[in-house]
Design a protein around this ligand. Structure first.
Ligand code: CP
Length: 319
């Protein structure tokens, strides 16, 4: 029996830890509608028609920025991105002066914020009229990355609940790992985190997450192997001996992948450092790697988020 699910209750998307399983389900179902519409060549509902959407990327981005832009345009919205590196920020303009200037000029329906400061999107959300989406802040949260990862897992494996997911590498400095742990736990996955002691969080964020120091132990029987880049921009220098030494112990090779289930899929949020956390032949293996699928699914998931927060759509649809 199909039933209408409860309305999406959030005004902003600031972090994955604030999402309940129902909220995540709502976003993923909406993403599936867009994915199906586009795959079938059907017209996408223009729920952002005439609405400005503003990108404020105070840190560099390829995937997140371009997929939000594409998502906004597919929904009929008008995308604006402030080029921070060539803006008055370089003359010393403060964060909220920049935000309020853009808000006054464009009256955006949504702002998409990436920033190196902890909880900067939350700070902005409390001071503007429109919806705010966190596109990655500090090492804290990158919620749309975790949502697109969950969508990708569900699309390939048919479910997330009950799967064993290994998250490997620089866990301590990774906002992708933090948001994934929240989303995957909410959906009922088992999580193994694998890292050298210097890249392991001091405290695990939740029960039900098991920490391993070796890839061989941590990958055992995993359904999904999620690799992470070493976040050099957020770590003290000298924490790892060298890229080569890291690859020798923690790089994903076919030999190491053999410890996971034979049908285990390999994921990476990008950008990848080939030969550091992942061997090039695995990254490019169409049977095991779903890395480019993740990128494509990011468009549908970000369409869903924009639609629910700024497009007037109230729920993910029936289930
Ligand atoms: N995964 C991710 O956030 O990539 P970008 O930095 O390219 O947006």
């Amino acid at each position: 029996m199909t039933r209408q699910t409860r309305p999406f209750p959030h005004r902003h998307l600031l972090g994955a830890t604030a999402l309940e399983a129902d909220d995540i389900g709502c976003i993923l179902r909406r993403a599936r509608h867009f994915d199906d519409d586009i795959a079938a060549g059907r017209a996408v509902p223009q729920t952002l028609a005439g609405k400005p959407v503003l990108g404020l990327f105070f840190e560099d981005s390829t995937r997140t920025r371009m997929s939000f832009e594409h998502a906004a345009r597919l929904l009929g919205g008008a995308w604006y991105n402030l080029d921070i590196g060539r803006s008055a920020v370089k003359k010393g303009e403060g964060l909220m002066d920049t935000v309020h200037t853009m808000e006054s000029m464009l009256a955006p329906a949504a702002m998409i914020i990436r920033h190196s400061e902890y909880a900067a999107p939350d700070y902005i959300a409390a001071r503007v009229k429109c919806a705010v989406v966190n596109a990655g802040d500090s090492w804290r949260e990158h919620p749309t990355q975790a949502l697109l990862d969950a969508y990708t897992i569900e699309k390939h494996k048919g479910r997330v609940a009950g799967l064993r997911v290994a998250i490997c590498g620089d866990i301590a400095h990774s906002r992708v790992a933090a948001s994934n742990m929240a989303v995957l736990r909410a959906l009922g996955a088992h999580i193994n985190i694998i890292a050298p002691p210097v890249l392991m969080p001091e405290k695990l964020p939740a029960d039900g997450i098991t920490a391993y120091e070796t890839m061989e132990e941590g990958l055992k029987d995993c359904d999904i192997v999620m690799m992470l880049r070493i976040q050099k921009e957020r770590m003290q220098s000298g924490l790892i001996e060298s890229d080569e030494a890291f690859f020798r112990q923690y790089g994903l090779t076919f030999d190491r992948l053999a410890h996971a289930r034979p049908d285990a899929l390999v994921m990476h949020p990008g950008p990848m450092n080939r030969g550091v956390e992942i061997a090039a032949d695995i990254a490019d293996d169409p049977k095991r790697s779903v890395i480019l699928d993740q990128v494509r699914n990011g468009v549908y998931v970000r369409m869903a988020v924009l639609d629910l927060l700024a497009g007037g759509t109230k729920s993910g649809g029936t289930k």
